[in-house]
Design a protein around this ligand. Structure first.
Ligand code: 13P
Length: 254
């Protein structure tokens, strides 16, 4: 089966409500004629509902995502947001276990596993991020690190529960550094991830799963990345903040 590419924008902690709505509308306008690619933007929590609402009004095919969630259904967890709340704000995808969450907020593989479960239970597509740091790469531990992140992050799942799972391979050394992995490096790692999922679950799940690359993706390197068989899309940070720039990435095959 052919996998539909997904080009996803992670806006991180950028944009006020009005800036987010303006960018989303501009993107929707630019993306009007695109049919063969899934597009997602993940604004900060504060503007998710507004962005969803503004896109619904213009019947856009740009999906809205969140950058995180908390795995409990509800309760006294000051400052946290549940999967159900995201669902009610129009969210279709949620980014889970981004390296910045792991690094600055102490998220563990166990937290990530619970978050993947919470999103699946609320019918939100999880985008689970994995990737090695620069030191781990230098020590040739990349595959070992990815193995642990995948095994622990997806512990206890049945394969039918993971039908909507997207994996994003984001080498930490490539995020925001301009130092993108070469397309060959990305392809090799993606191939490894797919075969790992095949062995842990089943091969048809692995064959249908989208594996995105993230880390300094730009309009001028996306085509080559996407030309590889196991690269099914991108998770884009900085270059997704401007709609006119992001659309060039979405239009990678033009
Ligand atoms: P950059 O595209 O800015 O390197 O960020 C990548 C990223 O972290 C996406 O989640």
């Amino acid at each position: 089966m052919k996998r539909t590419p997904l080009i996803a924008g992670n806006w991180k902690m950028f944009k006020t409500c009005s800036e987010a709505v303006e960018t989303a509308k501009r993107l929707a306008e630019l993306a009007q004629k695109i049919t063969h690619i899934d597009i997602m933007i993940a604004p900060p929590f504060t503007s998710i509902a507004l962005v969803s609402e503004s896109l619904r009004n213009i019947n856009s095919r740009v999906d809205v995502g969140a950058q995180n969630l908390f795995y409990k259904k509800e309760g006294a967890y000051t400052g946290e947001i549940s999967a159900n709340m995201l669902k009610s704000a129009g969210v279709r995808y949620v980014i889970i276990g981004h390296s910045e969450r792991r690094q600055y907020f102490g998220e563990t593989d166990e937290d990530i596993c619970r978050k993947v479960r919470a999103s699946v239970e609320s019918n939100i597509f999880p985008i689970m991020c994995i990737g090695e740091t620069e030191t781990e790469k230098k020590e040739e531990k990349t595959l070992y690190v990815l193995d642990k992140q995948i095994e622990n992050g997806l512990k206890g799942f049945r394969s039918d529960e993971l039908a909507t799972l997207v994996i994003a391979y984001e080498p930490v050394w490539a995020i925001g550094t301009g130092n993108t992995a070469t397309p060959e490096q990305a392809e090799e790692v993606h191939k490894y991830i797919r075969s790992k999922i095949g062995k842990m679950f089943d091969f048809s799940l692995a064959e249908n799963m989208r594996i995105l690359y993230g880390g300094s993706v730009k309009p001028d390197n996306i085509s080559e990345l996407m030309s590889h068989q196991n690269v099914d899309g991108a998770l884009v940070g900085g270059a997704s903040l401007d709609a006119d720039n992001f659309i060039k990435i979405v239009n990678f095959n033009k």
